[in-house]
Design a protein around this ligand. Structure first.
Ligand SMILES: Nc1ncnc2c1ncn2[C@@H]1O[C@H](COP(=O)(O)OP(=O)(O)OP(=O)(O)O)[C@@H](O)[C@H]1O
Ligand SMILES: [Mg+2]
Length: 273
């Protein structure tokens, strides 16, 4: 096995406030990992550390056996909630092309190779028909596919997607998750995808990395989304409920009510009758 990403003893603090400490793990090439956890758990922070955009207070990140570098061509990264002005004068093709321009030591590709790389990335996310459209006027799902195309146009080994499913309807969610799964498995990429609902990942992600309370649990969905594992991670009783093939994570039912938290984490307690 050759892991594409190895991180050891990662500790990150903003000022004196620790986000997480001593996270250790690895992700194989060809593996699709869902990243879950409540708001503020450090999911976006972890992705930025793996992308080399934030230096951890302690610990190390290796991509393909080498220390991670900022803006490396081997990493494709799509940040959380990319804002786009309706009037931004860029087409789909321009947006994808930006993915070839940002690398620190990148040499400009000759025009023909550049055009081919962009067309290939557009084709891979099934967005050739969006090449000439203005990006500010696309739907959320269409834009998300273009952002993924931008992240993969330089043929990275590692793809980091921060909440690409936000604001997507069920059909677009499934399309994007299937696309990401295919990129991981057929493209031999290591993919991390941050999500708030585990359900679209069931049967598609190979593993999940669950962050909470400054710590993490990683493994196949059925091994991590268990009441014992999450209760231990959160430090209070958490119940994982399964109904009709769906998973719900709820804070402990101390009073006979389940406090449904969300489809993946117990942060926003809602009383169920
Ligand atoms: N630049 C920053 N300066 C100070 N604190 C920060 C900074 N970025 C994040 N934080 C804090 O670090 C913690 C982790 O933030 P992060 O954005 O990684 O969480 P998250 O798991 O991605 O949450 P969400 O689900 O809301 O996106 C939060 O408490 C946040 O307030
Ligand atoms: Mg986040």
């Amino acid at each position: 096995m050759n892991p594409a990403i190895v991180f050891r003893d990662l500790t990150v603090s903003y000022g004196h406030r620790p986000v997480f400490a001593n996270l250790t793990g690895q992700i194989q090439a060809g593996s699709f990992v869902g990243v879950l956890g409540p708001n503020g758990a450090g999911k976006s922070t972890l992705l930025k550390v793996l992308a080399g955009l934030i230096r951890p207070a302690a610990g190390s990140v290796e991509i393909d056996g080498r220390p991670v570098k900022r803006r490396a061509e081997s990493i494709g990264y799509v940040p959380q909630a990319v804002q786009m002005d309706e009037d931004v004068p860029l087409t789909g093709r321009d947006l994808v092309g930006l993915g070839l321009d940002g690398h620190r030591l990148g040499f400009p590709l000759p025009t023909r190779r550049r055009r081919e790389a962009i067309e290939a990335a557009l084709a891979e996310v099934n967005a050739l028909h969006l090449a000439d459209r203005r990006i500010g006027r696309l739907s959320g799902g269409e834009r998300q596919r273009l952002l993924i195309a931008q992240a993969i146009v330089s043929r990275p080994r590692v793809l980091l997607l921060d909440e690409p499913l936000n604001n997507l309807d069920l059909a677009s969610t499934q399309q994007v998750v299937e696309l990401v799964k295919r990129l991981a498995h057929e493209g031999e990429m290591a993919v991390l995808l941050v999500a708030h609902d585990v359900n679209p990942l069931i049967g598609r992600a190979d593993e999940i990395l669950y962050l909470a309370n400054g710590r993490m649990a990683m493994g196949p969905i059925d091994e991590v989304l268990r009441s014992e594992v999450l209760s231990d991670l959160y430090g209070y009783p958490v119940e994982v409920l399964r109904a009709a093939g769906r998973i719900i994570v709820a804070a402990g039912a101390m009073d006979g009510h389940a406090h449904a938290v969300s489809a993946a984490s117990p942060e926003a307690s809602v009383m169920l009758p």
